[in-house]
Design a protein around this ligand. Structure first.
Ligand SMILES: Nc1nc2c(ncn2[C@@H]2O[C@H](COP(=O)(O)OP(=O)(O)OP(=O)(O)O)[C@@H](O)[C@H]2O)c(=O)[nH]1
Ligand SMILES: [Zn+2]
Length: 336
């Protein structure tokens, strides 16, 4: 088949899918209108998006914790994500309709299958970056996560897990590494799920806030989450949904309540957050302690390499920023 015919055929298929989608949305909106006219819906109330399944959402009423209403969305609303705060109206049998969404304080985005950034969770207060003596963190990796958190304006917290694995040969290295972040102003918590160390401090920090846990594979995220959320098997049950084709595990984010207070939003996608592409301006501003010096170099296009009058190099000479962090910035910039 010619390329042109192939293209035409693809376009036709895409159009058809879009038409069907529109038709379904219209049918849903008709149903909502019917319910509204029949007076079947309760009054407006506040709620939170706990999870979403295609066109439907699980909404938790603000005054009825742990009860979920399977809701549709009014057609005029933008796509919603886990953590969104909404105004909704209850229908019968734990159903309902979302009628409005509140402005987000923050959002996490991930590239979709076509590489376009899409929000996956909203209203997050902390990005808890879990690191451990094993697998050994690459300093660049910590900085990458910090930059990613700074870029979305969410406070990062460094959770140093598996401290039971510290010994005389690695303790000094990690003390120095973490001191560096603490002196920049980041919160660092030491913990071990094996020896139940630091869990109370974590619970205290997370209380009253919504957090996500990120970090490389094997650092103990699941172990930590299971210790903080007893009774919820984070990897299985909670993340699966019933569909016509049987049960399948979705990668969509879900919000959980910690028994000690506060919320966790979790999904496999969120755990890997932060490793995507970042432009140069966002990258350098993501080094929090560099900010007071940015814009003060003699040359406007200063690359902070060896230029005279470089404010960043002066800050380095005066000990106001560390060589390690500057090296890390350069490494990430060069694509390493
Ligand atoms: N020594 C020690 N090992 C731990 C600790 N916490 C977790 N582990 C072990 O580390 C390994 C990885 O733990 P997980 O909780 O699965 O790590 P994860 O970060 O969820 O890994 P992914 O699911 O691959 O992202 C397991 O063998 C755990 O038993 C700890 O505090 N001390
Ligand atoms: Zn400079």
């Amino acid at each position: 088949m010619s390329k042109r015919r192939l293209n035409r055929r693809q376009n036709w298929r895409i159009q058809k899918i879009q038409q069907e989608r529109t038709k379904r949305a219209e049918a849903r909106e008709d149903r909502v209108q019917e319910q509204l006219q029949a007076g079947e819906l309760g009054g407006e109330q506040m709620g939170t998006v706990i999870a979403h399944y295609g066109s439907q959402l699980d909404i938790e009423p603000a005054d009825q914790p742990d009860t979920l209403y399977r809701c549709h969305l009014r057609a005029n609303l933008p796509p919603l994500v886990t953590g969104d705060r909404v105004i909704w109206r209850a229908g019968s049998d734990l159903s309902g309709v979302v009628v409005a969404v509140q402005e987000r304080d923050s959002e996490l985005c991930r590239p979709d299958s076509r590489g376009q950034l899409k929000p996956v969770a909203a209203n997050i207060d902390y990005i808890v970056q879990v690191i451990a003596p094993l697998p050994t963190p690459h300093p660049n990796l910590i900085d990458r996560y910090l930059v990613a958190a700074e870029a979305v304006g969410i406070e990062p917290v460094i959770l140093f897990n598996k401290i039971d694995l510290l010994n005389d040969s690695n303790r000094d290295h990690f003390d120095q590494l973490l001191d560096r972040y603490q002196s920049i102003g980041y919160r660092v918590i030491h913990a071990s799920t094996h020896s139940s160390t630091g869990l109370e401090e974590i619970k205290g920090l997370l209380k009253g806030h919504t957090s996500v846990f990120v970090g490389q594979s094997g650092v103990g995220k699941s172990s930590l989450i299971n210790a903080l959320l007893p009774g919820v098997d984070i990897r299985v049950g909670a993340l699966s949904e019933q569909t016509g084709k049987g049960t399948h595990t979705t990668t969509a984010a879900r919000l959980f309540h910690f028994p000690a207070g506060g919320n966790l939003i979790d999904s496999p996608g969120i755990r890997e957050f932060g490793l995507g592409h970042i432009d140069q301006a966002t990258l350098i501003e993501g080094f929090r302690e560099f900010r007071p010096f940015l814009g003060y170099c003699r040359f406007r296009d200063c690359q902070h390499e060896q230029e005279p009058g470089c404010a960043l190099l002066e800050a380095l000479a005066e000990g106001k920023i560390s060589q390690k962090r500057l090296d890390s910035y350069r490494h990430i910039l060069s694509g390493n």
